[in-house]
Design a protein around this ligand. Structure first.
Ligand code: H79
Length: 464
């Protein structure tokens, strides 16, 4: 019998959790430590086996062929922006590094509303330039942008009549950020959507999540939804021109009737506005994968992965865990090859600057897309699936083979039984035809010995 130290720190349990743990341990004739180990294994098994797309966040069945989604189906790549008061502490509260994602700092440090609110008086992002952000998204090849209108901390990046806790009324900055972005998106021909946290609100007494200022037993979520969420959604869909989508998040505990009433409100105000799968209860216009989750296989739904470039969504000064450009391009192509969209996040600083490592990676992705966009936008999942070194996408008459790992001799052997192309060529250089040979179910494409693109070389297999 070996003993395993289960934890790298002491975990404090509340009285009630401790009592429940004792009861379970006793029922199994186990020690507390044994019970904890058992529970941790049980929980991890469950967490690890969760599907990338939770059922409650799946696509509403009748939206699968809805033409309102046509632009979104073809767009593939969007920019997510998490911006709010949390950019000011940037992961550090009273000199303490607060673990986890930056926009959760209020929750993780249990910061009282009265204290957190004071951050608004410091919010003055003088370097904010909507034109720059939209133009960055364009250069990156992103076809839509989604910005946090109100995250779980409750602070609103738009001028709301429902609360003073908004960028115009509560900050020295005093400018309506959503308005400036909306106008700029109109100007540059970019679609804009709004993230809106419809259940969690740590600032509002009736919102979900804050149990350090407010007694959960006193909360009236239905009242919050009717008197706060819906009037704000109405503002968002009335005052900012055409809104591409509302990105609801964390459907925790919301009833089907409540989700339905939000969907109806959105569609009543702007019929073409899409609703994310995180409205809950399988009622969204498109499915939402978990944060940073990518399904293992192609999915028969319209779906999206929201994802980070480093680890945090909201800016954190000490998060330097940047994914490589190669990783990001591979993730984009992997997602697209499985029928999804990639909503890639940036977390601007309190000054209004998108961190340089994000900018560099987005621009590098844009350079790859400038050459290979044909094999991304407007495509559907290709027939070659489940091969680790390549991905495939299709358009009528053309199959795009994305080669991640180029073979040393340049001879690409693809399991492509059903594919019978007339011609193969590099998307980056259509003038050169690559010889094709067939051996049973295997297509052998003879490319150059050296990978033309170190990250992803796209070979076009054309029917004619
Ligand atoms: O907006 C981003 C996240 O803030 C939001 N969704 C993306 C798009 C999100 N909301 N909830 N979650 C993500 C799940 C968060 C769970 C955790 Fe925690 C927060 C894990 C660590 C911090 C709460 C506190 C659970 C464990 C500790």
């Amino acid at each position: 019998m070996t003993t395993t130290d289960l934890s790298d720190r002491t975990v404090e349990l509340s009285e009630s959790l401790s009592r429940r743990l004792d009861k379970v341990a006793k029922a199994y004739g186990a020690t507390r430590a044994e019970a904890v180990e058992y529970l941790v294994r049980w929980a991890l098994d469950r967490i690890e086996s969760r599907p990338a797309i939770a059922d409650e966040r799946a696509q509403r069945a009748d939206a699968r062929n809805d033409p309102r989604l046509d632009w979104w189906r073809d767009a593939k790549f969007g920019m997510f922006i998490h911006w709010g008061l949390y950019a000011i502490p940037a992961g550090i509260w009273k000199g303490q590094e607060i673990p986890g994602i930056g926009e959760w700092i209020m929750y993780r440090a249990r910061i009282p509303v009265a204290e957190y609110e004071q951050l608004a008086k410091q919010f003055n992002p003088v370097k904010f330039d909507a034109a720059e952000w939209v133009s960055l998204a364009k250069q990156a090849g992103q076809k839509y942008m989604v910005i946090t209108s109100k995250h779980h901390d409750g602070f609103c990046l738009f001028h709301s009549k429902v609360t003073d806790y908004n960028v115009v009324d509560a900050t020295p900055f005093g400018r309506d950020i959503l308005k400036e972005l909306a106008d700029e998106c109109q100007k540059q021909g970019m679609r804009l959507g709004f993230y809106y946290s419809q259940t969690q609100d740590w600032h509002h007494p009736d919102g979900d999540g804050n149990d350090w200022d407010y007694d959960p037993a006193q909360k009236d979520f239905a009242r919050y939804l009717e008197e706060y969420v819906k009037p704000q959604v109405r503002e968002l869909l009335t005052n900012y021109g055409p809104v591409a989508l509302i990105w609801f998040d964390t459907p925790k505990g919301i009833t089907a009737e409540q989700s339905e009433s939000l969907v109806e409100l959105v569609h009543e105000l702007q019929p073409d506005c899409l609703v994310s799968g995180r409205v809950g209860n399988r009622l969204g216009d498109y499915a939402s994968a978990g944060d940073n989750r990518i399904p293992a296989q192609a999915v028969e739904m319209d779906w999206e992965t929201p994802a980070t470039i480093n680890d945090t969504w909201g800016y954190k000064v000490n998060d330097h865990n940047w994914k490589s450009t190669e990783d990001l391009i591979h993730k984009l192509v992997d997602i697209v090859s499985k029928g999804g969209n990639y909503l890639l996040n940036v977390g601007p600083t309190a000054e209004g600057v998108i961190p340089q490592p994000s900018v560099e990676r987005l621009l590098a992705m844009g350079r790859w897309i400038d050459v290979n966009g044909e094999a991304v936008y407007g495509t559907r999942p290709g027939p070659i699936q489940g091969v680790d070194w390549c991905r495939s996408t299709v358009k009528p008459g053309r199959l795009f083979l994305h080669v991640f790992d180029w073979p040393t001799n340049g001879e690409i052997a693809v399991p492509a039984g059903a594919v019978d192309p007339a011609r193969a060529y590099l998307l980056a250089d259509p003038s050169v035809t690559l010889p094709i040979e067939r051996y049973g179910d295997t297509l052998l494409i003879k490319g150059p010995a050296k990978a033309p693109d170190a990250i992803d070389t796209v070979i076009v297999l054309a029917e004619t």
